[in-house]
Design a protein around this ligand. Structure first.
Ligand code: MV4
Length: 647
């Protein structure tokens, strides 16, 4: 086993690899860009080396800087994670030329799987089923049109160097072929610098089912399948293992085909053989086809770990260090069911726009494994994939796993950035997903409903009002405040640009009635949380600067207009300086007769656990000082009066 390795990656996968290294007593070296100086993976590693600027090309794609960092720190091997250089054969060769070990497959194995046409040809020769189609060299449009006619419509045109759906066009009828071909070639040339395409039969109701394989360069085993059909624009959203509706026969056939694929190229390390299954008549052993092989550890590997009990990173380290495969096929078995979701900082209603912000509050839900590269307080970096975490649950059955995921998502709390949490909750609760009736079209089919976020109820709005007054801290109402808080007070909040007032009435310690227009809500804090109108709820609030966030399973953010801005508007030009909210007078800096200038601090009020400076709204002379230090004041109380402004 290596005594020290370097992880040539960042984020959750770097942290995940470091966790296994710690367990195995392997020292770790992280590499980081300017943007990741304070990142979790740097903090977790034993050593860290700065490798350049925030753009991947300036850092995480700089193979020579990474190799130099490994050599300089005495790391014996490099783990590439996924993405970045993980499937770059040139990098593998450079690592090996530097006398280091690349924890993954050989450069040749990566090359063999790099181009779809060659890969499919190789697989076909290895007896792995591929989609009927044309994977030849001849790219003459007429020749390709003839191939399409021979295959039979609908067909799919795919970029040979493509991936993730780029350079892919479905063609339903011959008349559309030439235009689709030109469009696919154009996109492929732009995206991959290679406009070669292949043409294959379109598989109806496609299910994305992939098989985890592990090789030692000679033989391979499989660790069963994962279903990754819930995708949006070729981005996986939810993955699970095993695949719903999979039969033992089909699993055995797919596993055997995946092993043949791996052994055909002398594969070493963790890999994934990706198939498309035609589910138009349920899953059938005669209707699955090789798509591509991913020559890396994949994002969704934890669901395989959960059902097999295997730590795939440990296997990667051990096999790369020269050990034999840690298990024989007959020793591997499926235990239960696992589901993974990818929690992203993205604005779903705005078309899944990547979001930024600071993760002021971050709690991962009950019962889930959370693979994450961030800690509370981190800024979401605009430079990289805005993934916050992967949440993985496991249960004895799919139904149990599903319920655990629902609970994990309902108790996950993120404030400071918008996330796709509400979307994930809807998806997991979707009747077709719950029934295991998944296919790649599900999300698009119901997208409108899935991206519409629920509005907060009166209970959430009422708790937001209490939080805005500092009366709903994480541990419940701050009794000191509730004793001072005036019996009735109105607080202004804003939600999606709409302001509204909440009339809060303190009925006793931890007991409130909140009027919201023509509705009202009773909130009482008990040891175990908030009762809403007498009923226990999971409502929880977090107060942040200028806003509060209430969790009711989803996260609802409310703006809290700065009372001082309100006071300043009232005070500006006026004679009275008033308390914008209830609080304690901490200091008075002026006396009658003092000349003051606009903006000058006149007094300090302590409220909502913060100190607020009250300033003069204009130049003038102090006429009266109505309060002394230590006074408790209500919202709106006059504290200082200036002399009438000279006409
Ligand atoms: C297909 C297909 C239907 N028929 N090939 C999408 C990207 C790559 N993973 C392969 N993909 C597909 N190839 C044939 N012959 C449908 C898809 C496809 C898809 C596959 C898996 C998951 C999501 C998908 C979304 C759209 C299309």
């Amino acid at each position: 086993m290596f005594d020290k390795i370097l992880i040539a990656n960042r984020g959750e996968i770097a942290c995940r690899v470091i966790e296994t290294c710690r367990r195995l007593g392997v020292a770790t070296v992280a590499v980081y860009s300017d943007a990741d100086r304070a990142a979790r993976h740097v903090a977790m590693a034993d050593e860290a080396v700065h490798i350049g600027g925030p753009k991947p090309a300036e850092s995480y794609l700089r193979g020579e800087a990474i190799i130099a960092a490994a050599s300089a720190t005495g790391a014996r091997a490099i783990h590439p994670g996924y993405g970045f250089l993980s499937e770059n054969p040139g990098f593998v060769e450079a690592v090996e030329a530097a006398g280091l070990v690349f924890i993954g497959p050989s450069a040749d194995a990566i090359r063999a799987m790099g181009l779809k046409d060659a890969a499919k040809k190789l697989m076909s020769e290895a007896g792995v089923p591929v989609v009927p189609g044309y994977h030849g060299e001849n790219q003459d449009p007429e020749h390709l049109a003839g191939a399409a006619d021979a295959i039979g419509y609908p067909v799919l045109i795919k970029a040979v160097a493509g991936g993730g759906g780029k350079g892919m066009r479905k063609v339903a009828r011959a008349g559309d072929f030439m235009d689709a071909l030109a469009s696919a070639k154009g996109e492929a040339a732009t995206a991959f610098g290679n406009d070669a395409v292949l043409v294959e039969k379109y598989v109806e109701k496609p299910r994305h089912i992939e098989v985890q394989v592990f090789g030692d360069g000679t033989s391979a085993v499989h660790l069963f399948e994962r279903d990754c059909s819930l995708q949006r624009r070729h981005q996986k959203v939810i993955e699970e293992a095993p695949a719903p509706g999979m039969t033992a026969d089909m699993r055995a056939e797919m596993g055997a085909a995946a092993v043949r694929a791996a052994e055909a190229i002398g594969y070493a390390g963790a890999g994934t053989v990706e198939f498309i299954a035609d589910a138009s008549d349920g899953l059938r052993p005669d209707r699955f086809y090789f798509m591509e092989m991913n020559t890396r550890l994949q994002v969704e590997h934890p669901v395989t770990e959960a059902i097999t009990g295997v730590d795939l990173v440990e296997w990667q380290l051990r096999v790369a260090a020269g050990e034999a495969l840690p298990a024989r096929q007959e020793e591997l078995a499926i235990d239960g069911h696992a589901i993974e979701v990818r929690l992203y900082a993205e604005d779903v209603p705005k078309g899944f726009l990547p979001a930024t912000g600071r993760l002021d509050h971050l709690v991962f839900g009950e019962g889930a494994r959370a693979d994450t590269g961030v800690v509370p307080g981190d800024e979401i970096s605009p430079w990289y994939d805005p993934m916050i975490a992967k949440l993985i649950v496991h249960g004895a059955t799919r139904d149990i796993a599903l319920r655990r995921m629902e609970r994990a998502l309902a108790t996950t709390e993120v404030a400071g950035s918008v996330t796709n949490l509400a979307f994930l909750r809807k998806l997991v609760a979707h009747p077709r997903f719950a029934a295991g009736d998944v296919d790649t079209g599900l999300i698009e089919a119901d997208l409108e409903d899935l991206v519409t976020e629920a509005e907060p109820g009166p209970g959430a709005m009422a708790l937001a009002a209490l939080a805005a007054m500092g009366l709903a801290g994480e541990a419940g109402p701050l009794d000191g405040f509730s004793l001072w808080a005036p019996l009735r007070q109105t607080v202004r909040l804003a939600r999606e640009g709409e302001a509204f007032d909440a009339a809060v009435e303190v009925l006793g310690p931890g007991r409130f009635r909140v009027g919201l227009g023509d509705e009202e809500a009773g909130l009482e804090h008990t040891g175990g949380g908030w009762l809403l109108n007498g009923k226990k709820t999971a409502l929880k609030a977090v107060a942040l600067p200028g806003r509060v966030v209430v969790f009711d399973g989803d996260a609802h953010e409310f703006g809290v207009p700065d009372p001082l801005d309100i006071a300043a508007e009232a005070g500006a030009g006026g004679n009275r300086v008033e308390a914008p909210m209830p609080g304690l007078v901490k200091a008075v800096m002026v006396a009658p007769g003092d000349t003051v200038v606009a903006g000058q601090r006149l007094a300090v009020l302590e409220a909502m656990k913060m100190e607020h400076a009250l300033t003069a709204g204009r130049d003038g002379v102090v006429a009266e000082v109505l309060v002394a230090e230590g006074a408790q004041v209500e919202a709106g109380a006059a504290l200082i009066v200036l002399e009438e402004d000279a006409p």
